[in-house]
Design a protein around this ligand. Structure first.
Ligand code: TYD
Ligand code: MG
Length: 411
């Protein structure tokens, strides 16, 4: 990415005279990464990539170097030794002839190195490990993070150096950490994922050059990250239809619809208090949905154990998946499978009514793309939906209507 000219930054310029090319973008070589950046890295921008330790931030940075061997990259790591990084690069089969490794944490030395090398991209891994000796507080303290980031920012804006800073940020939002930088940087990305599982989500929390709420999906493999262009495929990979208790749900992650499988198992309780176990789902919400099924539709879960599992290990929070969850529960209860190629979309209210959801059209399009033929959607949303060939949408206002259609009389 060509460095922007620094001249002109000290005097006011007419808007019309500013070349639109100044915001030129460079691909990361990873479609999912480009997506969250709004189409690639903007030259001269300052990007913060946050995420839990171990989620894969360093891997993402190295992979970028591998995908763009033409770029000169200065990778400063205070996290690992040069030997460790070399080992990882070998494991990733990285070909990055223009990647410069600098295992130094003194920010003044990093700055000197950057000025000497004039790389296309500077990567700091991580902001918590760098420090300025003149400041007495420890690396990782708010004072050091602010000082070092301020220094890097000035360097970036003055010389047009594109900079990516990595920070450990827990999901809860460690306010004393790199989040203090969010207001000053151009782009804030958050890398998420359960370390036990292999998928990762990269979210845009802030973007001065594009949309927020974008989500990139990756799969962590033995040799690095793989772009997942079609997440539904990944999450539906083990989906077996025709088995009671299984149903497909559709969630929105950012602007993207993803279809995944939910599994319920309802069995007679063997001991006194019936069990309610939910994995990847809020236990209290499960209790609530069970209460609705009991009170409004007459199912008796009082003497049953209930297990709920969201396949693929995603944490399901989108209430539009209520209808799928409830259908999975009833399906297991009755021991009758949900009909094949059926997707259920809708929030379930306390009166067993099916309530509106956001992004219905996006969800239905994704369903059609993934081969679903029958879609149940909230009754109040029947207008303003385009018809999709090969897909039949049933609009239902009440849960019992859906149950009867799915499971027949007694359903
Ligand atoms: P890492 O990039 O070190 O995380 P972070 O920089 O966010 O702390 O990734 C750590 C995990 O990723 C580690 O547990 C091993 C795993 N991993 C793979 O599964 N495949 C790979 O190719 C690499 C490099 C790492
Ligand atoms: Mg790391």
């Amino acid at each position: 990415m060509p460095a922007q000219q620094a001249e002109g930054s000290t005097k006011a310029r007419l808007l019309d005279e500013i070349d639109a090319q100044e915001a030129s973008r460079t691909t990361t070589g990873m479609a999912e990464f480009d997506r969250v950046l709004g189409g690639g890295i903007v030259a001269g921008s300052f990007i913060l990539v946050g995420g839990d330790p171990g989620v894969g931030k360093s891997t993402l940075a190295l992979q970028l170097a591998g995908r763009r061997p033409d770029l000169s990259i200065l990778y400063c790591s205070g996290e690992e030794s040069a030997g460790q990084i070399r080992q990882r690069a070998t494991r990733m089969k990285l070909h990055a002839p223009r990647l410069h490794l600098f295992t130094e944490t003194d920010i003044t030395l990093i700055q000197q190195q950057a000025e000497l090398l004039k790389p296309d991209l500077l990567i700091i891994d991580s902001i918590q490990t760098v420090f300025r000796p003149e400041i007495t507080s420890m690396p990782g303290s708010v004072a050091q993070i602010r000082e070092c980031a301020g220094l890097l920012m000035r360097l970036a804006k003055l010389t047009g150096l594109t900079t990516m800073v990595i920070g450990h940020v827990t999901k809860e939002g460690d306010l004393a950490g790199p989040r203090v930088l969010e207001h000053m940087v151009d782009v804030v990305l958050q890398f998420e994922g359960d370390k036990q599982l292999n998928y990762r989500l990269l979210r845009t929390l802030k973007n001065r050059f594009g949309r927020t709420q974008e989500v990139g999906v990756f799969e962590m493999r033995e040799n690095g990250l793989r772009d997942v262009a079609n997440p539904s495929e990944l999450f539906l990979s083990g989906f077996t239809e025709g088995i009671s208790g299984n149903a497909a749900a559709c969630i929105l992650e950012g602007n993207r619809a993803i279809i995944l499988e939910v599994q319920a198992l309802v069995t007679p309780a063997s001991y006194g208090t019936p069990q309610r176990t939910a994995s990847g789902y809020d236990q209290r919400r499960l209790q609530l949905l069970l209460a609705v099924l009991e009170k409004r539709l007459g199912y008796r879960f009082g003497d049953k154990d209930v297990f709920l599992n969201i396949a693929g290990g995603i944490r399901l929070q989108d209430t539009a998946s209520d209808l799928a969850l409830v259908s999975a529960l009833v399906s297991s209860y009755l021991d009758r499978p949900v009909p094949e190629k059926t997707l259920l979309i809708g929030e379930v209210g306390l009166g067993a009514e099916i309530r509106q959801v956001s992004g219905l059209e996006t969800r239905i399009r994704e369903a059609a793309k993934s081969g679903f033929k029958i879609i149940y959607a909230p009754g109040s949303m029947s207008d303003a939906l385009p018809s999709l060939p090969g897909t039949k949408v049933h609009f239902a206002g009440q849960l019992h209507q859906v149950n009867q259609r799915l499971f027949g009389p007694g359903g």
